[in-house]
Design a protein around this ligand. Structure first.
Ligand code: ADP
Length: 499
């Protein structure tokens, strides 16, 4: 233990696990802890989490990381929070207790309702929020809770109902119920937030039947979000930075310049491109707030925006091979199985287990395996699953490849980016170089950077940039055009399976 050292505690609340990392002034991870939690599937295509399990697992990992790194909690100068986005927790502010399970971003229960909204509101909602109307975002989930959960109706009457994004749910619990805040990167995923005007939008609130008092107040991504209650760590620690997980990864990959981009292969697969401080729309992408930094040189109305391509199932298809099909025991086995084959031998898997996100936005698409023969083995299915993660990202990047700067390279991160076969296949498909950052934990690191800027650990973006190093470079080796055109055929057959 070094007495003079200062640390940041990054809380990274993901879809499948809660993680806590302690990061020192040089950006080095000095301790970490991770805990998986239960995925609840009450009906086909419904996905829930227990909000108390989310909170308890997050607190446990924070305490465990502190213990493991043998530091004193008073040397933690700030907490940064990054989190799964869109997932919503309804709770009673009088008791702090959830009134229902968290409805997870992947959950499709409101798909039919969202389809009904499209003819009338598609254009308006895209113009105000940058989003496509889809069950993915929080607003329709909140409406469902209000209409279906008696405890929500009661707490709504007494005005104690709150709808928390995961960051605001953690802030609420960390501060012992004192603060209920979120940041623009998270608010911009609710479908209730006007990202041009930087505020909740009255008309949208009305469409979904939500009142503003139910929602967390939106603060800059690097504001003071409150102090942790002493009972958690023995000292009060300020919460200084909040970003949704994909935006934090963009920050952690040092994508500070317009045109910089990263791909995260986590539960879902996400491409984010920094588009600077001008709000823009693009038919291939969502527009979202990347971050909104309270800086004397940056006015409030100029957040940094990003184009985003979100695919719902990326690494989650490997989890499904493990837990659903039972053909692998551990995700680490699948790379070896895939490279055991010379090619995919015509087998394709479209991982539309919860519909398809970008660029198709088809809520009725369903998972499909095509091209099986008597010679097909589980290795073919594993390889097809890994390839599908790369094809989905190619569907997003290839249409805009010509518009990207010539020297663009893809920065990859996320749990599945450990898989070298995946990254090589991706570079081949795109015919673009791809790097994996030396910091596998881009998300947790990103939020630490943001908190560290405020603390003066780093003075500027350039300062942070110096800590970023590529770990491995993947250069295109093989042409994959033929495989890619068959993938496109496979996708056509998965679309609109459920009407
Ligand atoms: P999240 O933050 O969304 O919970 P992570 O970034 O931790 O997700 O990534 C976890 C995902 O990565 C899991 O869905 C898992 O199946 C997948 N994964 C982990 N290791 C590998 C691997 N070697 N090959 C392919 N996928 C993997």
């Amino acid at each position: 233990m070094d007495k003079n050292k200062k640390y940041i505690l990054s809380l990274d609340q993901g879809t499948t696990s809660s993680r806590a990392l302690l990061i020192d002034e040089s950006g080095k991870v000095v301790g970490k802890s991770q805990k998986e939690f239960k995925q609840i599937f009450p009906k086909p295509s419904w996905v829930e989490h227990d909000p108390l399990e989310i909170w308890n697992s997050q607190l446990e990992t924070a305490k465990d990381a502190i213990l493991k790194s043998n530091i004193n909690a008073k040397d933690i100068h700030a907490i940064g929070i990054t989190n799964q986005r869109e997932t919503i927790v309804a709770f009673d502010s009088k008791t702090g207790k959830p009134v229902y399970n968290a409805i997870v971003w992947q959950c499709r229960r409101t798909a039919a309702y969202c389809d009904e909204l499209k003819p009338r509101y598609k254009t308006k909602i895209k113009e105000k929020t940058g989003l496509e109307i889809d069950a993915y975002f929080s607003a329709s989930k909140m409406k469902w809770i209000l209409e279906n959960i008696p405890a929500a109706v009661e707490t709504c009457r007494s005005k104690s109902l709150r709808f928390g994004t995961i960051d605001s749910w953690l802030i609420y619990n960390l501060t012992g119920g004192k603060s209920f805040y979120t940041d623009p990167s998270n608010a911009s995923r609710t479908m209730l937030y006007n990202i041009k005007e930087n505020k909740y939008d009255k008309e949208l609130l009305e469409i979904f039947g939500i009142e503003e008092w139910m929602l967390p107040e939106v603060m800059h991504s690097n504001r003071d979000f409150g102090l942790t209650d002493k009972k958690h760590f023995g000292v009060e620690v300020p919460i200084h930075a909040v970003l949704g997980d994909q935006q934090a990864a963009l920050f952690g990959q040092c994508c500070f310049k317009e045109g910089d981009l990263k791909v995260t292969y986590g539960t879902g697969g996400f491409l984010l491109i920094n588009i600077g401080s001008q709000f823009k729309l693009n038919e291939n992408f969502l527009t979202t707030i990347a971050w909104s930094i309270n800086d004397k040189d940056m006015p409030w109305h100029a957040p940094t925006y990003a184009f985003e391509g979100s695919t719902f199932i990326s690494g989650a298809i490997i989890q499904w091979l493990r837990d659903g099909l039972g053909i692998i025991k551990d995700s680490s086995e699948c790379e070896k199985m895939a490279i055991g084959l010379n090619n995919n031998e015509g087998v394709y898997l479209v991982p539309a287990l919860v519909g398809l996100g970008a660029p198709h936005w088809d809520q009725g698409a369903r998972g499909t395996i095509l091209g099986l023969t008597r010679g097909s083995t589980k290795a073919h299915i594993v390889r097809a699953a890994i390839e599908s993660m790369a094809y989905q990202i190619a569907d997003l990047i290839l249409p805009v490849k010509k518009e990207l700067p010539k020297d663009t390279f893809i920065k990859a991160d996320g749990g599945a980016a450990k898989n070298n076969f995946l990254l090589q296949f991706q570079a081949d498909l795109l015919q673009m170089p791809l790097t994996r950052s030396s910091q596998a934990e881009a998300t947790a690191l990103g939020i630490a950077y943001l908190a560290g800027l405020k603390l003066g650990f780093w003075k500027s973006f350039e300062d942070i940039q110096k800590t970023w190093h590529p770990d491995e470079l993947f250069i295109p080796r093989t042409n994959r055009d033929k495989e890619y055109s068959l993938w496109k055929e496979a996708v056509k057959r998965a679309l609109k399976w459920e009407q």
